[in-house]
Ligand binder design. Structure first.
Ligand code: NAD
Length: 288
C-alpha cells in the first residue's frame, strides 16, 4: 500500500473499555496490504499475544501469508479475534484462538500446553499484549492499576517465555513488543513506560542467556500506531492529534509495523540479530 493513502489525522473518538475494540474504530486500522507472502515461515508455529487486533493482528496475517500456523491469545474481544481468524484463513491458515488473561501465570502455562496439543511444537513467541492508562500525576496512579499494568505488560512476558522455553529449539525466536516510550519516557504513561523499559532489559538479558542454544530474543519498539489501544487510552482531542509530533507527521498503520516482526522471525534474514530492538517509530531518534 502506498504511504500517500495512509490517513494523516483521525476523527476525535474515545472508547470507555480496555482492551479497546478494533470494530469500533473510525477509520479502521489497515492491517493487510494484500501482497502475497513468500513462504518464509513455512511450517513454523507462532504464539501471538494480543493477536486479535492492532499490531498483533497485522503480525498474525503477515505470518499466515508466510506459511506459519498461528495461535492468537487475547483477553475477551471475541469479535475482533474472529475477524483476524477470518483474515488468516484467506491465506490458508486456521488460527487457534485462546481467550486467556496473560497476567495470570497458570494461563501462560495453558497457552503453551494448548499450542503443543494442537500443533506439537513452538517456533516463535510474540509477547505483545499490553494495557496503558493515562495519568498526569504520579500520586494519581492507583497502586492496583500500577500492579495490573506490570502483570499484563511484563510479568506475562516472563511467564510465557518461561513455559515456552523448554519447547524452543535452535532457530526459534522470541519477539517482545516494547515502545518508543521506553527510550523517551512519557509523563502521561509512567507505569506503562516503566514496563516497556523493563521489557527492553528483559529482552537483552534473556537473549544473552539463551544465545548458546541458538534461540534468538529481540524486541520491536513502535512509535505511534493506529490501534484500539489509542482510543481506549486517550480522550477525543488527543486521539485527533495522535502521531502528528513525529518527523513523518502521522501515526503508523499496523501493516507498517508487522514487517519488523517478520524480519526478526525469519532466520535466514535476521540470524545475526539477538538482544536487539527495531524502531519503526516514524523517525524519532532514540539512543538504542
Ligand atoms: P491492541 O489494543 O490492539 O492490543 C493490545 C492487546 O493486548 C489486545 O489484543 C488485548 O486482547 C491484549 N490484552 C490486554 N490485556 C490482556 C490480558 N490481560 N490478557 C490477554 N491479552 C490482553 O493495541 P496495540 O497498539 O496493537 O498493542 C500491541 C502492543 O503494541 C502493546 O504491547 C503496546 O504496548 C505496543 N505499542 C503500541 C503502540 C501504539 O501506538 N499503538 C506504540 C508502541 C507500542
Amino acid at each position: 500500500m502506498e504511504t500517500q493513502q495512509m490517513p494523516k489525522e483521525m476523527p476525535p473518538q474515545h472508547q470507555d473499555q480496555q482492551p479497546g475494540i478494533e470494530q469500533q474504530m473510525n477509520p479502521r486500522p489497515i492491517y493487510d496490504d494484500e501482497q502475497p507472502g513468500y513462504g518464509r515461515l513455512k511450517d513454523k508455529v507462532a504464539i501471538i499475544t494480543g493477536g486479535d487486533s492492532g499490531i498483533g493482528r497485522a503480525v498474525a496475517i503477515a505470518y499466515a501469508k508466510e506459511g506459519a500456523e498461528i495461535v492468537i491469545v487475547y483477553l475477551n474481544e471475541h469479535q475482533d479475534a474472529e475477524e483476524t481468524k477470518k483474515a488468516c484463513a484467506k491465506y490458508g491458515k486456521q488460527a487457534l484462538l485462546l481467550p486467556l488473561d496473560v497476567s495470570k501465570e497458570e494461563n501462560c502455562k495453558r497457552i503453551v500446553d494448548e499450542t503443543m496439543n494442537s500443533f506439537g511444537k513452538i517456533d516463535i513467541v510474540i509477547n505483545n499484549a499490553a494495557i496503558q492508562f493515562k495519568h498526569t500525576s504520579v500520586e494519581d496512579i492507583p497502586s492496583e492499576e500500577w500492579e495490573q499494568t506490570f502483570r499484563t505488560n511484563i510479568f506475562a512476558q516472563f511467564y510465557l517465555t518461561k513455559y515456552a522455553m523448554p519447547h524452543l529449539k535452535e532457530g526459534s525466536s522470541i519477539i517482545n513488543t516494547a515502545s518508543v516510550n521506553a527510550y523517551k519516557g512519557n509523563q502521561e504513561l509512567m507505569d506503562y513506560s516503566a514496563t516497556k523499559g523493563a521489557i527492553v532489559a528483559f529482552t537483552r538479558s534473556v537473549a544473552q542467556a539463551v544465545a548458546k542454544k541458538g534461540i534468538r530474543v529481540n524486541a520491536v519498539a513502535p512509535g505511534p500506531v493506529w490501534t484500539p489501544l489509542i482510543p481506549a487510552s486517550f480522550p477525543d482531542e488527543e486521539v485527533k492529534e495522535f502521531g502528528k509530533d513525529v518527523p513523518l507527521g502521522r501515526a503508523a498503520q499496523p501493516v507498517e509495523i508487522a514487517p519488523s516482526y517478520v524480519f526478526l522471525a525469519v532466520n535466514r534474514e535476521s540470524s545475526y540479530f539477538t538482544g536487539q530492538v527495531l524502531h519503526p517509530n516514524g523517525g524519532s531518534i532514540v539512543n538504542a
